[in-house]
Design a binder for this molecule. Structure first.
Ligand code: SAM
Length: 265
């Protein structure tokens, strides 16, 4: 819990905690190289990390920190980081990673619900998170909580998935978790919806960036299963996404990946 008075367990489902405990359980510490961290997974991640390059001397809050790789990176860049995750196993792994990477003095990891960030010692110059906003419900309460902890000129940046494409959402609903096709998330989560982005706009200046189109390449595991895609097809679908991203900007809004920036108003 965030602290002894924390009472928000009503928001947390035991199954969600269990799911993520299983994911982060028993992970060996990992060395994070700040020179290559941004390049870990494609243009969207690169863009996201580039928006956090200037955190030196700032108080940064990371939501849903999982194994703590981003928290470590931010501390390596000179930030004082507070990280929060609902899963005790994630918290333990993140603490181990902070120690392993010699940044434990600048990384405080708390177990708790993102809705409880008001109990942490803010305000924060930055808030951030990778693939976490879409886990938190009620989302409007999260928006209020973010608004309360962000410093007057504070900013936030989030790497997120997106529910904007009906076709991708149909595949996710009907194919993921069946026919040998993996399902990576927990039972409660749904990709971030346009309604939730709108809720952010009510309290913040919001910018949405789509540095790459993630659409047809997502069809590879959906249509062919995780291990059955011939390289030539996989490469073809990736190329199709890249070409469409470049030449048909109107399609970018349907990408499954996005970077969301918020600024206090
Ligand atoms: C998809 S994982 C992302 C982990 C990490 N951000 C990363 O990029 O490696 C989502 C994380 O959010 C955490 N989480 C889910 N719901 C949460 C909530 N309501 N409050 C805080 N953390 C939550 C999970 O325990 C999990 O570690």
């Amino acid at each position: 819990m965030v602290n002894e008075q924390s009472t928000s367990v009503a928001y947390e489902r035991a199954e969600t905690r269990q799911h993520w405990n299983g994911v982060w359980d028993d992970r060996s510490p990992e060395t994070i190289d700040p020179r290559t961290f941004a390049d870990r997974s494609g243009p969207t991640h690169r863009h996201f990390v580039s928006r956090l390059d200037d955190v030196e001397g700032e108080d940064v809050l990371e939501l849903g920190s999982g194994p703590g790789h981003l928290a470590v990176y931010l501390a390596q860049k000179g930030a004082r980081v507070t990280a929060i995750d609902v899963s005790p196993e994630a918290v333990e792994t993140a603490r181990k990673n902070a120690l392993h990477n010699d940044v434990a003095a600048d990384v405080t990891v708390r177990q708790g619900n993102a809705l409880d960030i008001g109990r942490l010692s803010g305000p924060f110059d930055r808030v951030t998170g990778r693939f976490v906003l879409h886990h938190v419900e009620p989302f409007e309460d999260l928006v209020d909580a973010l608004d309360a902890v962000l410093a007057p000129d504070g900013r936030g940046v989030f790497l997120e998935n997106s529910a904007r494409s009906d076709l991708l959402m149909w595949c996710r609903r009907h194919l993921a978790g069946r026919f040998g096709i993996p399902k990576y998330g927990d039972e409660d989560e749904h990709p971030l919806s346009p309604r939730e982005v709108k809720a952010l706009r009510r309290s913040f200046d919001v910018q949405v960036h789509v540095p790459e189109l993630v659409f047809f390449k997502l069809m590879i595991p959906y249509v062919l299963g995780p291990t059955r895609s011939p390289d030539v097809l996989a490469n073809g679908l990736r190329t199709l996404d890249d070409v469409l991203h470049r030449w048909v900007p109107a399609l970018r809004r349907y990408s499954y990946r996005q970077v969301i920036e918020i600024a206090a108003t």
